[in-house]
Design a protein around this ligand. Sequence first.
Ligand code: SAM
Length: 295
Amino acid sequence: MSKKYLANPTNTLAVINKYGFAFQKKFGQNFLIDENIVAKIVREAGVTKDDFVLEIGPGIGTMTQLLCENAREVAAVEIDKKLIPILEDTLSEYDNVTVINEDILKVDIASLAADRNGGRPIKVVANLPYYITTPIIMGLFESHAPVDSITVMVQREVADRMQTGPGSKDYGALSLAVQYYARPEIVANVPPECFLPRPSVGSAVIRLVKHMVNPVAVRDEALMFKLIRASFNQRRKTLANGLNNSSELNLSKQVITQSIEELGKGAAVRGETLTLAEFARLSDIIDSRCLRRSI
Ligand code: SAM
């Protein structure tokens, strides 16, 4: 196929019809058909000719085309094997792209960055499949793979949850986890008309710039995240009850009450009012108390 940009309804439909491609809802397939949005994502990701870019879910290659033109090298991971021959066609004129037919949740991103980018930080850019947004993003952070930014299209509501702080109904475990690892910024709101087929929800592009140094210091990261999950699993309950009822934690009522007191909060405080710094402090307080008790 000669160079034909796919980010419009006519060219996307031409490819879909040529291959008799049937959209798979189970893979979250909503392809971009708006060239301004595709260009905006690549621009906001700050992709340059120095960059190795990981694209998650290239679809028919709409954004991949632009990534290839702006990056040094692109690796595009696509789960749907029916899209692989299509990508071979639509990306045939780019020699700096590798398409990997795999489930992104099974890809070892740290090894990919080590093998293909000498272990230097990579950029992740994607119009994500919405059904696995959280595992993809948390997997990227928790793998500790060298990633300097993640610029992705997600469901609008999920973007709000990532960016918000205490006091909002959207504030939760995802907000705290994302903000522990990165600085989130919503850079575009995207209506359903920009996709084929149209999703039933609004979308947003969010850029997560990884912190060089974590914004809070905490001795036991895993304990802090258990406390965060316990607090938000039972949002309407007090922090003390949330921690007490958690199956992940095994804390005595006394440790919980005394730790919340040491944090300077009243017994009725709810987890949803705590900042990331307060969760980190609470975690260190509990950690010290448990250590003291086990010595
Ligand atoms: N990037 C294309 C675009 O913007 O037009 C397609 C985006 S579409 C929202 C999501 C893409 O992710 C689809 O191509 C889908 O097949 C792919 N996908 C879904 N689950 C995946 C997974 N676990 N690993 C890799 N790709 C996946």
